[in-house]
Design a protein around this ligand. Sequence first.
Ligand SMILES: NC(=O)c1ccc[n+]([C@@H]2O[C@H](COP(=O)([O-])OP(=O)(O)OC[C@H]3O[C@@H](n4cnc5c(N)ncnc54)[C@H](O)[C@@H]3O)[C@@H](O)[C@H]2O)c1
Length: 315
Amino acid sequence: MSAEKQLLITGGAGFIGSHLAQACLERGHRVRILDNFATGLKKNLEGMEVDLVEGDIRDEALLAKIMKDVDGVFHLAALPSVPRSVKDPFASHDNNITGVLRVLIAARDAGAKMVFAGSSSAYGDTEVLPKREDMPVSPLSPYAVTKVAGEHYLKAFARVYGMPTAIVRYFNVFGPRQRNDSPYSGVIAKFCRAALEGEVCKIEGDGLQSRDFTYVADAARGTLLAMEKEVPGGEVINLAGGNRISLLDLVNSLSKFCGSQVRVEHGPDRPGDVKHSQADVSKALALLGFKTEFSFDEGLEKTLEWYRKEHPAPC
Ligand SMILES: NC(=O)c1ccc[n+]([C@@H]2O[C@H](COP(=O)([O-])OP(=O)(O)OC[C@H]3O[C@@H](n4cnc5c(N)ncnc54)[C@H](O)[C@@H]3O)[C@@H](O)[C@H]2O)c1
């Protein structure tokens, strides 16, 4: 796909979506955003020239209207979070599965390509590391089920309609604009807040659980590459750095950037959670020429700096 396309980002007022919007604008694309602000915020788009449509991805008539001139759709809108889906599986199903199908049909009818935000939760708790895209999926939570269902729909639409689709699997994305004010916030967002406010970081389990934490600018750049490059229809691509950082490592890095030891408290394991996660990133390199540019510590330092400016506090 060449430059200057009309792109639609569902969930574009959210954390990753707003960084993706920025990356698209920097590449000369025109950006339309569809968001119902369930978790996204208007202020995430401050200073960006985007066509912002407030509405729901399950609104068929609205989708048909805003999709007409669109060349490509990034489908990021979803109710994220494993614990949220454990508490209310129907809401996750409705937003994430009915939602993806509505958007997919509208994108197909508009002749647009679609890139879907998949999740490493698709891999479940396999002990095989790193996780390769050709491993069988094993969703352990209602949220993971919704993300896997979305992937299958994109694969099926590529197969039966010849629609250009691609799936990027994110692995614990973190960075500026990630919300830290909800019980469903990501662990880095929560720990940055706790560290800056001098509070205790609450670790669920022993803290040895590890994740392939990915800085959001890298995730956004990789997602845009999946739109711009021609990839086989329905291809699943891990977008991550290929590293593994434990929660105890995270606390140590936070302590280093705060200049004092961050306090921790251990609680019980989280239901439906996986112990370790690490991506095999060779496919992203082969198909997209993608490699992360930010190390974990570089990303964490930038993130902490952003939270410090947003919520000035003692640390
Ligand atoms: N953050 C991560 O580490 C991570 C990891 C794996 C996958 N993902 C996926 O990436 C995508 C973006 O995640 P995020 O972390 O930026 O979350 P986010 O909550 O910040 O963004 C989701 C956006 O979708 C919007 N939205 C939700 N339901 C909607 C609906 N029915 N209609 C219109 N808009 C709706 C929200 O208002 C929000 O702006 C999600 O699909 C998520 O499942 C994220």
